[in-house]
Design a protein around this ligand. Structure first.
Ligand code: HEM
Ligand SMILES: *[C@@H]1O[C@H](CO)[C@@H](O)[C@H](O)[C@H]1NC(C)=O
Ligand SMILES: *[C@@H]1O[C@H](CO)[C@@H](O)[C@H](O)[C@H]1NC(C)=O
Ligand SMILES: *[C@@H]1O[C@H](CO)[C@@H](O)[C@H](O)[C@H]1NC(C)=O
Ligand SMILES: *[C@@H]1O[C@H](CO)[C@@H](O)[C@H](O)[C@H]1NC(C)=O
Length: 495
């Protein structure tokens, strides 16, 4: 008797689970999910890219998979992505809830921040403030440009010590990108050995490994295991201490703050908080800390790894490097330092930097979106709450959109007259209302970095380094494999 009750309940449970993971009518195609696991067992959890590639080949531009019981839809190609992210932005601009990143970041900060915030009036208000403040002169006396140039100056000094030697640029570029953000957020220039810096650089690497790896997937798929003492708890602990460190820094900062005379992002935010704070405002100190973490996180690896890609290609395409240097020498002749305005006189350098961003493909699958309503896309029905994965990588290499989709070639961004042009398919920052909030800052940073360093140095692929390997290492952000570079001072540079 007892046995048959158990059997019956198991059968009913299985039926329910089967129904739950069933692909609804007109839902995008994909491999058949099994109960509880979805398609999880069909994926290599440490690096699912090859498996997903197989699925993309088989099922086309819009396909679905189940991570545990949750459906995800991967969208590829310019047409479908534009339709979703831009034309149907209101339906496709949410962020998934109840997955590890969101839980770790939002719960530990007691505020949603921006990157992972719901598509809501609060998000919009915070984002608008962020965009305004990050504009070139949004932060008091010292412009964004000066802050970036100050950091580059420091990098130049460090590189000078490596002239004639072989050096590994990974950490240097990483610290530089992190420092630029710190300049903007707190107007502090950290020593590269600083404990605070080390803590955050370490935090990013460790938590992204935890979130992207096997344990992140397990957390996302099985709500029941979330409170168990499994490795993902470490990420939660790290985020908690990151939040505490921010609060400490905030308290420190308040001691020297003069209201109405902002020195950096924090001061600007506190001024705004004075104006708008109140019960129903999206502005709060917790939110400020969450915002800081977001900007620091979103702005460090992305820019650093794009810069790494830049020099990998510049070294291995010496003619392109030289042509950039000619243009830079011509335009900057007699000037002390580069300015972001100079880009209008440098179509070739602009084309090269954009081409680097295209091949760098730094955030291949963007940040995941989520549908905010039942909706349709290219004839498929997609219910509310479906995780949406924008395949930006597909657009950056899409045939028909580029002169040379599969090769490194600055001509992709030049017209017949040699003028700089930007094809629609250039979307490394994504598109629509969720487009990267730091795009302006990132572009300014990349331009000033590349121009200043190429003006001063010649970068040479070491003779004994063998063939370069352009295959990026998989991650939320992609990066080239570690490499070394030789540096020479350029004789034409006088100062
Ligand atoms: C080369 C450098 C960068 C690349 C390739 C990049 C790329 C991206 C991408 C693909 C997204 C997701 C957009 C979406 O959800 O559809 C994003 C979001 C975001 N990025 Fe960047 N990013 C870069 C640099 C930066 C920098 C320097 C900052 C900070 C100052 C930043 C701050 C943000 C923020 C706050 C978001 C979330 C926007 C929102 O959800 O409303 N990014 N970025
Ligand atoms: C993204 O698109 C590219 C090119 O179409 C494809 O090779 C890749 O497998 C896609 N990625 C995913 C996760 O579907
Ligand atoms: C609080 O603000 C949000 C958005 O700004 C609004 O949707 C909501 O109705 C407000 N609630 C109250 C109680 O005023
Ligand atoms: C969701 O979609 C339905 C049908 O298209 C529409 O009537 C409704 O207003 C939408 N809801 C929201 C919150 O946008
Ligand atoms: C970005 O580059 C750094 C090295 O500079 C690397 O440690 C990190 O893992 C890269 N990001 C990802 C997730 O690929």
């Amino acid at each position: 008797m007892f046995a048959s009750v158990v059997l019956l309940s198991v059968a009913v449970l299985l039926m329910l689970l089967l129904l739950q993971t069933h692909r609804a009518k007109n839902f995008p195609p994909g491999p058949r999910p099994i109960p509880i696991f979805g398609n999880l067992l069909q994926l290599n959890l440490e690096n699912p890219i090859a498996d997903l590639e197989r699925l993309a080949k088989r099922y086309g531009n819009i396909y679905s998979i189940f991570i545990g019981p949750r459906p995800m839809v991967v969208i590829s190609g310019l047409q479908a992505l534009k339709e979703a992210l831009v034309n149907k932005a209101d339906d496709f601009s949410g962020r998934p809830k109840g997955i590890m990143v969101t839980d770790a970041v939002i719960m530990k900060a007691h505020a949603p921040g921006v990157v992972l915030a719901d598509y809501s009036p609060h998000w919009r208000e915070q984002r608008r403030f962020g965009l305004m403040t990050l504009r070139n002169f949004g932060m008091g006396k010292q412009s964004m440009e000066q802050r970036i140039l100050g950091e580059i100056h420091y990098v130049v000094k460090l590189l000078e010590q490596s002239v004639g030697k072989t050096t590994n640029p990974h950490l240097l570029f990483h610290n530089a990108a992190s420092n630029v953000i710190c300049q903007v957020l707190f107007a502090r220039q950290f020593n590269y050995e600083d404990e605070f810096m080390k803590f955050f650089v370490g935090l990013f690497h460790e938590t992204s490994k935890l979130i992207n790896g096997r344990w992140g997937m397990i957390y996302d798929s099985f709500p029941l295991v979330r409170n168990l003492p499994l490795p993902f708890q470490r990420a939660f602990k790290l985020f908690k201490s990151a939040h505490e460190k921010r609060l400490e820094m905030l308290a420190e900062n308040k001691k020297t703050r003069v209201p109405g005379e902002p020195r950096h992002f924090i001061d600007c935010y506190l001024d705004e908080l004075d104006k708008r704070g109140g019960d129903n405002s999206s502005f709060s100190e917790d939110q400020l800390c969450a915002f800081l973490l977001d900007l620091h996180f979103a702005g460090t690896d992305t820019t650093a790894n794009t810069t790494l890609t830049a020099f990998l290609y510049l070294m291995n395409y010496p003619l392109i490097q030289e042509r950039c240097q000619h243009e830079i020498d011509k335009v900057l002749d007699g000037k002390d330092q580069a300015s972001y305005e100079d880009r209008h006189q440098m179509p070739y350098v602009q084309a090269v930097i954009h081409e680097i961003q295209r091949v760098a493909d730094t955030v291949p699958l963007s940040v995941f979106h989520c549908t905010t309503n039942d909706t349709e896309l290219m004839g498929y029905s997609i219910p509310k709450g479906t995780i949406i994965i924008p395949n930006l990588s597909s657009v950056l290499h899409e045939e028909g959109q580029w002169k040379s989709p599969h090769e490194f070639n600055p001509e992709n961004f030049l017209n017949e007259k040699g003028e700089f042009v930007k094809p629609l398919a250039f979307m490394p920052f994504s598109a629509g209302p969720r487009v990267c909030l730091g795009e302006g800052l990132a572009r300014m940073e990349l331009f000033l970095f590349v121009v200043t360093l190429l003006r001063k140095f010649k970068f040479i692929w070491p003779e004994d380094a063998g063939q370069p390997d352009y295959t990026p290492v998989f991650g939320t952000t992609q990066t080239p494999k570690p490499y070394w570079m030789n540096i020479q001072l350029r004789s034409t540079f006088v100062r």
